[in-house]
Write a protein that binds this ligand. Structure first.
Ligand SMILES: Cc1cc2nc3c(=O)[nH]c(=O)nc-3n(C[C@H](O)[C@H](O)[C@H](O)COP(=O)(O)OP(=O)(O)OC[C@H]3O[C@@H](n4cnc5c(N)ncnc54)[C@H](O)[C@@H]3O)c2cc1C
Length: 465
């Protein structure tokens, strides 16, 4: 019997047999997430990162048993939830066990006094948001993948949502969680409502991409649904004017819940108007009506100072209705030779405009369409999100084009000293750049890895580990 057969036999003694999968279809599927390059490779019949066995766990004890066996058999374990990663994060680079966490959904505990909700890590984010909204609450976290991602996935990828300028990223929204280390030890991390005992250890696993432990349960903040929401779409003379408006409103302490600046190329798509010939900004304010109104007025004063004007709320309201739609990218990827990619980065205010221009100059000859928007705003800078759409003769050529696009984009970002990812994380595609991007802090990550996962069992090949 091979080592894997021995392992599978041992797993069957620890976890109900029906939860242990070794069929061809499941193993091939484990080689893919929602990363566009991976989607193209699937079309080509390339399943390079297959698990040897997929184990669907439903409770913490099963996770502990699987980890103990993985250590005993010196086999990697790659956690996988809803696989909406667009960077190859849950792909098992060295085979072994894929730990399927989608069955970790049994627990939900709402505390309307402390304004928190705790759920098992595999809970579907959109389902949770819908359940809360029916009771008058919201998570405030609304990624485009809301209905295809899990709460444990959000934590593990340092996710952020479309309303982050108001509510913050997932790192601002988590109050507590439970994690199981590769050694099987169970750890609870919490700060309710804040804690100053030692370093903020809660941050350790946030964005760790399953390389340091398995998250089993997450407690999140929840907020009352806003009383009023106001919307407007604005037309602007230039991207630079839009960036200045974003910076000035942040300086002024305004907190619109929705703020998205589209360059002219993407404004055509955002407005669903091929004639759109100027950048567009989507704006939303919320709160008690007097505050939402005052913020809207204060924001518009800044817009007018920089040559912008309202073009009515229809564009932004239509976008609100289709904001989870990813079909342009999906359809292109699903066609022969079609390619599409989304790359998000971040930079400070003093560098973002020149980075935008340099990336556009470099990418325009590579892709049929280069669309850019800026949608997460901080007093110190902003994110930039590029959507690249194009077509080659064959899927193989499309794969090569995607590889070139990534390599060149990362190169330009490093030259500009920009952040290589704003929210999609490292995964397989950015792992080669993790050391350079983290700089001296990568040593800390390596030491943490040694301390928490001494046998290197968890999700090898990610974050430059
Ligand atoms: C259409 C679309 C839109 C998107 N929009 C956004 C967006 O607006 N904002 C955003 O931030 N992201 C976005 N993403 C990316 C993706 O949805 C997020 O990264 C999401 O957080 C991943 O959750 P998941 O449950 O699918 O995790 P998976 O993809 O299954 O896993 C992601 C990583 O987390 C690890 N992991 C998952 N669960 C656990 C756990 N319980 N314990 C330990 N490790 C774990 C995995 O090992 C892997 O490394 C988008 C993706 C798509 C396809």
């Amino acid at each position: 019997m091979s080592d894997i057969s021995h392992l599978v036999t041992a797993l069957k003694a620890a976890v109900p047999e029906a939860q242990i999968l070794t069929d061809r279809e499941t193993l091939q599927a484990s080689s893919h997430d929602t990363w566009p390059l991976s989607t193209k490779l699937r079309r080509l019949g390339c399943h390079d990162y297959q698990a040897d066995v997929v184990v669907k766990v439903t409770d913490e004890q099963q996770i502990q048993q699987v980890l103990a066996l993985a250590t005993a058999y010196d086999t990697p374990v790659t956690p996988r939830a809803l696989a909406s990663s667009v960077t190859g994060q849950p792909l098992p680079t060295r085979g072994g066990i894929v730990l399927d966490l989608t069955g970790m959904t049994h627990h939900r505990d709402i505390n309307t006094t402390n304004l928190t909700v705790e759920v098992s890590a595999g809970y579907n984010g959109g389902q949770l948001e819908d359940e809360l909204q029916q009771m008058g609450w919201t998570l405030g976290h609304s990624p485009q993948s809301l209905y295809q991602s899990s709460v444990g996935g959000w934590l593990s990828t340092l996710a952020t949502g479309q309303f982050s300028s108001y509510y913050g990223g997932i790192e601002d929204l988590i109050t507590a969680y439970t994690v199981i280390l590769a050694t099987g030890e169970k750890i609870r991390l919490k700060a309710s409502p804040r804690a100053a005992m030692g370093p903020d250890l809660r941050q350790l696993f946030i964005g760790a991409e399953g390389t340091l432990g398995i998250v089993t349960s997450v407690q999140l903040k929840m907020f009352p649904l806003p009383q009023t929401r106001l919307f407007d779409s604005l037309e602007l003379p230039s991207v630079e004017a839009g960036l200045t408006i974003m910076r000035e409103q942040a300086m002024a302490g305004l907190r619109p819940f929705l703020l998205r600046l589209y360059d002219t190329n993407e404004a055509r798509h955002a407005m669903q108007n091929p004639q759109q010939d100027k950048p567009v900004m989507f704006l939303g304010t919320q709160g008690v009506e007097a505050v939402a109104r005052a913020e809207m007025d204060a924001f518009m004063a800044i817009v007018h100072r920089h040559g912008g004007q309202s073009i009515g709320s229809e564009g932004v309201l239509k976008w609100m209705d289709r904001r989870f739609d990813f079909s342009t990218v999906e359809n292109l990827l699903d066609s022969t030779g079609g390619f599409a990619e989304t790359i998000e980065i971040a930079h400070t205010w003093d560098g973002i405009a020149s980075l935008y221009h340099d990336l556009n100059k470099m990418l325009t000859p590579l892709a049929g369409e280069v669309l850019s928007h800026f949608s997460h705003v901080y007093p110190q800078g902003t994110s930039m999100y590029m959507i690249l759409l194009g077509r080659e003769e064959t899927d193989a050529a499309a794969v090569e084009k995607l590889r070139t696009i990534w390599r060149e984009t990362m190169r330009v970002c490093l030259e500009h000293n920009a952040e290589l990812s704003h929210h999609h994380g490292g995964g397989l595609v950015r792992s080669p750049y993790a050391r350079e991007s983290l700089g001296s802090a990568h040593l800390l990550l390596r030491r943490l890895k040694q301390a928490l996962d001494p046998n290197g069992v968890l999700n090898p090949g990610k974050l430059g580990l």
